[in-house]
Design a protein around this ligand. Sequence first.
Ligand SMILES: [Zn+2]
Length: 459
Amino acid sequence: MIDRRREQIIGDETRAYMSSNCITTGILTQARASWRSGDLGAGISYAKAAALANCDRCQEPCALYARLQQALFFALIRRIDEARQILDEVTANPAIRDDPKFTAITTLVEAKITLVNGDLVDAAAQSEIGLQLANEVGLTAWTPLGNLILATTALRRGELSTSIYYANRLKEDAVFGREMLSAGQSAWIVIQVTEAEKGREHAAMLARELLESEATTRSLLTDEPSAIPWLVRLMISHRRPDLARYGVRLSERLAAENPDVPEIAAAALHGAGLLEEDIDMLRRAADMHTDPWGRALAVEDIGMLLAEGREGCPEAVENLELAMRSYAEMGSLRDSSRVRSGLRCINANPQSQARFWPSSGIPGLTDTEYAVAKLVSNGLTNGQAANQMFLSRHTVAFHLRKIFQKIGVKSRLELAVMWNELAADAGNVRARSGVGESGAPSTRDDDLSKLIPRQLRAG
Ligand SMILES: [Zn+2]
């Protein structure tokens, strides 16, 4: 029933632009319904049929909406080349070249493709632009996609306040019925942000509720297969192997129903490998994953399983370092920090030179101190910063004292003020207190680090 309501809303939104008896929109509704029921092949076929329907009842080129839906479906099942090809073809169409609505949608679809491909930095930048355009033309049905991408990229990059901001926007989207996403996708990002903000206990409670709903879990595993190993980890650590097993079973069933989607099978195998503590299954899952984040997660799980009870096991260290590098390459600093902390736990010194936090750029401040200063200036407590960086609260307090000494401030407020002044001087108003002109926290404050040395020398 909820799904019917959602279809209705998407229908209304589209009808604002389309004729009320648009043939394409009718078939697209079928496409989305099939997709949500877990029949991905039928979803793609209907979207293709919608694009070829030759509707002559609309002023708008409605077939192009259908093509973009098709691109989004391809992105979700990691058929990146096909998704890009459709997107290129749509953007090159002269009929919509200067149409702000289509520019907003194509930019958001591009951001999704970029994210799925594992480039967090570009995905965030594209999504910010797409979301701004969508807001300007009042295209509310598409804002959830932008909010989801920005909540995800910020979370993985270790920008907690930004990810909380966009997760809250997603909750607003739900309240106002702007749900182009499946319920599972929104729920999963909220669970992940909750884990970062409030800890695993809170997240586990929400995850339990998610897994107890078959329809919501199925919709999640359709759109984000790699969610399953993450949820299995969480449920195992909270002594609910029954729910972990239930999630894996749903995932296996979905994989059997969709044999053409290797990522779903990889995620199902990955989840089962975690449950059975089976290295061989995890290795096969790592090979099968087409999603770079899912693959890194599997390599990390192999490392952690090998390391159990064996300090400094060389093969475990090798896998953990590989996972750490993979996360760092895609810009997933939160994940790479977690693995680094895992390496410390097994008494192995990370050999890799991969970067875990943004380069300091401030003479005398280490990269870790820079990261602490940035988080604290954004209003995070020591506990929250510790959680973000997988350090103890005590260690964060220690780094903070060093930062105060080095920069010459006496309190976190003074530190934040100084940080914000530097941001304002840079003309980078959006970085000020992490909030931009539109009220949205900026995901880009790289320029700030370049400016700070001069300021410090002047002071
Ligand atoms: Zn039409």
